[in-house]
Write a protein that binds this ligand. Structure first.
Ligand code: NAP
Length: 660
């Protein structure tokens, strides 16, 4: 539905509209009202009462709320009954003022284009890359891109290639789409980024039932998107890319795959895009005696559905994002839950983490024009760059062991206040759970009712190293904890990026040769010198750790990759390869920026660092910076091979044969 049709729907269902206006959040209603009517006096009236992007950061008085609701009710009724057409795009002269009021802060101009990308007014995908010279059918038919992985990021790459008519195949090791949301089925599994933001900007979802939904609902969204865009037929399931080698003579990637039934195949393509994530190769620590354990033992990402936890003594090893979700989800059913915490994490409370999205809000998302766009804008603001600057170490800070700067110290106090209120009267627990490193040194976690769970008599938190595992126990600090089942919530081999794939570039040198075991680097996290026509999504230093959404980054990266492919095809080039100089200059800048950030803090261990302590996973940039770095491609940073492009004979036909 376009905005006018939405308004007509509202006018035709006044009871539904009344109900939605009463229950929906007031700030997106306010901005909708101003966008439809141009009545800026409402911005002036509401301004003093809004201090941030979350609904709980506004205190608009009831009288003004009612005024906004009534005015919007009338405006929507008028659109429906008077044949008015609502422009899909906001008035450029008003949009800045609307943004400032909606989040109670001055939104710098640099954010305006990003927010335009994110808000999807009129259903326009501003990140979409259109042809400047429409290629001839034969040019496209002779081209093939291989995408590795059908998780969130591989799917967006496939959708955008399909829109541009670029022949492509997706190779997926699992039997279905969804990546992390397919693989992780552990109890409590869900997202801790607000899901109205953790969704494609070009494919908003008005139906989320919670602000932070669980895994099944995320997977359904992925399925719906895949079906809507018809990309399933391009996916080869249960097939893993084992090796890819660049054939310099022919400027082609030779991709070798192994099917789960053991069959091996080879295919050739012009462009190789990896979209394999980094958090899917479990890290199970080699604790002495591990193999002697007689009960079931499994990793969170390989949850054993046959394991019945009821009445069992369960050892949960690890207290990162996965452990924090599993613990509260199983605590009530097990006989005893012993949690082994090597080091504590900072945990933040979010009032909406456990909340359902009220039916009125869902109605508003669907039918009140622009409501969903403004809601997403508020989330973007509240959950991304807002406190990026507070995560930088102040070299003159007086307490560098515990915090980074004054704002970070204040955050530390607020976080401790939450823990204290949750664990009042349990001093022995408080001592164990308050980290001694600065907030955001490790990934910030959401309070999943973790502290409430720790108060349960059947739950014990054991802090410190594990000595060994025995046949029926886990031993720590010399104490033996009888155990029937072990859950390893011990994370992933993240920094071994793209492992175990073997990717060999134009000089016969592999990524592993260059990166070693765990020191990956790339230009913008996407391209590597020596590896022509090779692009990564969620590559080195692109993980977002201050906020934002991984989907935002993957949409930025896919735009950049599409710009690159457009250069290749329109320019009739065989290949493009990033030059050494911009790669090095980018990485030098990256290292300087990273060194200041919380995750590089010397006292912190985290999965962002490699064995030598360099942060190889995280981006140091604000979302707006990374968007601007990837929004256009600087072709001078690339060497193009202008020999006639290699034609993959019948690429289109072979693609279709390959995917059936
Ligand atoms: P993780 O953050 O790496 O946490 C691993 C945990 O295992 C840490 O507590 C770690 O302790 C502990 N550990 C590792 N080796 C150990 C050993 N030998 N003995 C005792 N403890 C050991 O892994 P994760 O919890 O699976 O999360 C990984 C990432 O996945 C997250 O940061 C997030 O990006 C993503 N994730 C996201 C969500 C979501 O809601 N969106 C949910 C789950 C996961 P130390 O801290 O001392 O190293």
């Amino acid at each position: 539905m376009n905005a006018t049709q939405q308004a007509q729907h509202c006018a035709a269902d006044p009871d539904g509209l009344r109900h939605a206006l009463d229950g929906a959040e007031i700030v997106p209603l306010l901005t909708t009202l101003v966008q439809i009517t141009g009545r800026t006096e409402f911005l002036d009236k509401a301004r003093p009462y809004i201090s941030g992007g979350w609904n709980f950061q506004q205190t608009i008085p009831d009288a003004l709320r009612n005024e906004i609701r009534e005015a919007l009710f009338d405006a929507l009724r008028d659109v429906g009954t008077k044949g008015i057409v609502i422009p899909e795009q906001p008035d450029a002269r008003l949009v800045g003022a609307m943004m400032n009021v909606a989040v109670g802060q001055e939104v710098p101009d640099i954010y305006k284009p990003v927010l335009r990308d994110e808000m999807n007014f009129g259903g326009i995908d501003h990140r979409r890359v259109d042809w400047r010279r429409t290629p001839a059918a034969e040019e496209l038919d002779a081209f093939l891109a291989v995408i590795v992985g059908a998780g969130h990021s591989g799917i967006v790459a496939a959708i955008k290639m399909q829109e541009a008519g670029i022949p492509h195949v997706i190779i997926e090791k699992n039997a279905d789409v969804g990546g992390t949301w397919l693989e992780n089925v552990y109890p409590g599994c869900g997202v801790d980024t607000p899901c109205h933001f953790y969704s494609y900007a070009f494919e908003p979802n008005a139906d989320w039932t919670q602000y932070f939904v669980k895994r099944d609902e995320l997977l359904s969204y992925v399925h719906r998107t895949v079906e809507k865009y018809g990309i399933r037929k391009k996916i080869r399931f249960s097939e893993e890319v084992t090796r890819a080698e660049y054939d310099r003579e022919r400027a082609l990637w030779i991709v070798r795959t192994r099917h789960s039934d053991g069959r091996e195949q080879t295919l050739e393509c012009n462009v190789l895009v990896t979209a394999v994530g980094a958090l899917n190769r479990p890290a199970i620590p080699d604790i002495p005696g591990r193999s002697s354990f007689k009960g079931k033992a499994f990793h969170t990402a390989q949850w054993d559905k046959s394991a019945d936890l009821r009445g069992k003594r369960v050892a949960l090893i690890g207290t990162g994002a996965s452990g924090l979700q599993v613990g509260p989800a199983i605590a009530a059913e097990v006989e005893r839950l012993t949690i082994f915490q090597r080091s504590p994490h900072w945990v933040i409370n979010h009032p909406l983490y456990h909340a359902d999205v009220p039916a009125a809000v869902r109605w508003a998302m669907k039918y009140i024009p622009f409501y969903a766009s403004w809601f997403r804008f508020q989330l973007f603001w509240a959950a991304s760059d807002g406190f990026h600057s507070t995560l930088k170490m102040d070299p003159n800070w007086t307490d560098p062991k515990h915090s980074l700067n004054a704002a970070n110290a204040k955050m530390r106090e607020d976080l401790i206040a939450h823990v204290r209120s949750e664990l009042a009267g349990r001093e022995e627990l408080l001592e164990k759970v308050i980290p001694d490193y600065p907030p955001f040194g490790k990934r910030m976690l959401r309070d999943t009712h973790w502290y409430k769970m720790l108060r349960r008599p059947s739950v014990e938190l054991v802090s410190g190293r594990i000595d060994r595992i025995e046949e029926h126990a886990v031993v720590s600090g010399g104490v033996s904890y009888p155990t029937d089942i072990i859950v390893f919530a011990t994370g992933f081999q993240a920094s071994r990026m793209l492992w175990p794939m073997h990717i060999v570039g134009k000089d016969g040198v592999s990524l592993r040769d260059i990166w070693g075991d765990d020191d990956p680097r790339a230009h913008l996290g996407i391209t590597v010198p020596g590896f022509p026509n090779f692009f990564m999504i969620y590559g080195p230093n692109t993980n977002l750790a201050h906020g934002g959404s991984a989907i935002f980054h993957s949409e930025c990266q896919v735009r950049y990759i599409m710009l690159a492919i457009r250069e290749l095809i329109e320019g009739r080039h065989r290949s493009m390869e990033v030059r050494q100089a911009p790669f090095e200059a980018y990485n030098a800048r990256l290292d300087v920026a990273l060194k200041q950030m919380s995750w590089s803090h010397p006292s912190v261990t985290n999965w962002y660092k490699n064995k030598s302590g360099r942060v190889v996973m995280n981006s140091p940039w604000r979302l707006v910076d990374y968007r601007n770095l990837t929004n256009e491609i600087d072709v001078s940073e690339y060497v193009f091979d202008d020999a006639a492009p290699h034609v993959i004979k019948n690429a289109l036909a072979s693609r279709e044969a390959l995917t059936g």
